[in-house]
Design a protein around this ligand. Structure first.
Ligand code: ATP
Ligand code: MG
Length: 430
């Protein structure tokens, strides 16, 4: 026997037991995104490496060490390609390429697999899925607030409101950041012995990222660092205050976290994160902000924009912790036996599906006992039973398998005429 093959570490299978929960989350998100006027887009999973290097920034964790990059093409014209580590850069690339914001701003969303070469652990994988929302060519702060309000609604619908909290900050504009960078370098340089290896490496390349360090030994040093909030220009400050006013007006609780900088380079002004305490170190379930400079950085014309990404696996973990029940198993399972019954059974099944019902039609034959076992294991609420008797009298025996709605029918069975079946099911809440 040949050796069995296994999935790649950090790349997970989503199996039927979890499928319904994934769809529930994605369907709920889709409905809410559409309620706010965001339209669906889907970009390629593979892009030119340069897009991410330029867009995300050379001195970020993602570009420095997490990208899946490979060469493609005939030897003379090899190109460097990368599996997307996030969705924003691809969407902005497409928006520039297709002149999407030529006439007006565009609200778009997508979801799908992202790839980062990280150390796999609970809530952190190498192939993971994100919901991604972007408002292109909107200067804000109204769309910044809109996206936060939209997420608050998503948490509410998912029953996660009390599992997450919102942190916001402003990181000013490019010039503010340039000056703040110097301030930070001066500050951190005064304490070289307190910096860990990562921070020493980042000191001159990307000192803002030091603020994002999770190393407990560095927390006091970071807490006492000069605050970005004290170094931003008046317009950025007004923007931030307007955002807060909109959030208060919408009844959204938030905390200003002056150390929140986010991992990717392209952000400016508004940054926000929704965090949870229930997933250990993998506490951020959604993060986003404004990236007014990204279009230009990628060769487009200056276009203000704001967006966020939410990690689907982390949300699934929270939903599972909440014991959120979901099923995609049909409520009806049809068992049948007898040569003359086959055509009748198929007709009944298709007729019910015409009426919008979902049902599993037994496949592979077997006696009634073994078919009923399968019906029970499928999770269906009722079994429809068709034998020769039923076929001759054009009736169906209906048997209740479990009481999901507490109607106490379990075990009961009755005969229903085939013509009446749809109405009967509806009347009984199936
Ligand atoms: P973290 O600090 O946890 O590494 P990040 O800042 O790198 O997160 P973003 O690039 O902002 O993450 O991605 C947005 C969201 O996508 C995160 O908040 C998280 O929920 C999810 N996410 C990011 N990386 C992973 C991963 N490797 N596995 C699972 N989910 C992830
Ligand atoms: Mg990360």
């Amino acid at each position: 026997m040949s050796k069995t093959l296994q999935a790649i570490r950090g790349m997970n299978d989503i199996l039927p037991a979890d499928g319904a929960l994934w769809l529930y989350l994605e369907d709920t998100a889709r409905r809410i995104f559409e309620q706010y006027g965001y339209r669906f887009v889907r970009m390629p999973i593979v892009e030119n490496t340069a897009l991410f290097v330029r867009g995300i920034g050379e001195a970020t964790d993602v570009v420095e060490k997490e990208m899946y990059t490979f060469e493609d093409g005939p030897s003379k014209e090899k190109e460097s390609l990368t599996l997307r580590p996030e969705a924003t850069a691809g969407i902005v690339r497409a928006a520039i390429e297709h002149n999407l914001t030529y006439e007006r701003g565009q609200r778009v969303w997508t979801h799908g697999a992202m790839f980062r070469h990280e150390r796999p652990q609970k809530g952190r994988y190498r192939q993971f899925y994100q919901l991604d929302v972007e408002a292109l060519d909107f200067a804000g702060p109204d769309v910044d607030a809109e996206q936060i309000v939209l997420l608050a609604r998503l948490w509410k619908e998912l029953g996660l409101t009390d599992a997450v909290r919102l942190k916001i900050n402003t990181i000013g504009d490019q010039n503010d950041r340039r000056a703040y960078r110097e301030t930070l370098i001066t500050y951190f340089s005064r304490y070289p012995e307190q910096l860990d290896d990562d921070s020493r490496r980042r000191l001159h390349r990307n000192p803002l990222r030091i603020l994002d360090s999770k190393n407990p030994a560095m927390q006091t040093l970071i807490e006492n660092a000069p605050r970005m909030l004290d170094h931003i220009n008046p317009d950025a400050r007004t923007h931030f205050e307007a955002l807060q006013a909109l959030l208060r007006q919408a009844g959204i609780d938030f905390e200003i976290d002056t150390r929140l900088v986010r991992g990717l380079d392209y952000y400016n002004r508004t940054v926000f994160e929704w965090v949870t305490d229930r997933l250990g170190a993998q506490g951020t379930v959604a993060g986003g902000g404004r990236y007014d400079g990204l279009f230009e950085l990628l060769g487009g014309k200056s276009t203000p924009a704001c967006g966020f990404a939410a990690g689907i696996e982390r949300l699934i973990l929270l939903l599972q912790e909440r014991k959120t029940e979901c099923s995609d198993a049909p409520a009806i399972y049809l068992v049948f036996q007898g040569d003359e019954v086959v055509a009748f059974a198929w007709r009944v099944a298709e007729t019910l599906r015409n009426e919008g019902y979902a049902l599993t039609l037994n496949a592979g034959g077997g006696n009634f006992k073994s078919q009923m076992k399968k019906a029970d294991a499928s999770g269906a609420r009722i079994a429809l039973i068709l034998g020769d008797d039923e076929a001759h009298s054009r009736t169906i025996t209906v048997k209740w398998l479990r009481d999901t709605d507490k109607t106490q029918h379990t075990g009961e069975q009755e005969r229903v005429s085939a013509a009446e079946l749809g109405r009967w099911l509806k009347a009984h809440g199936v």
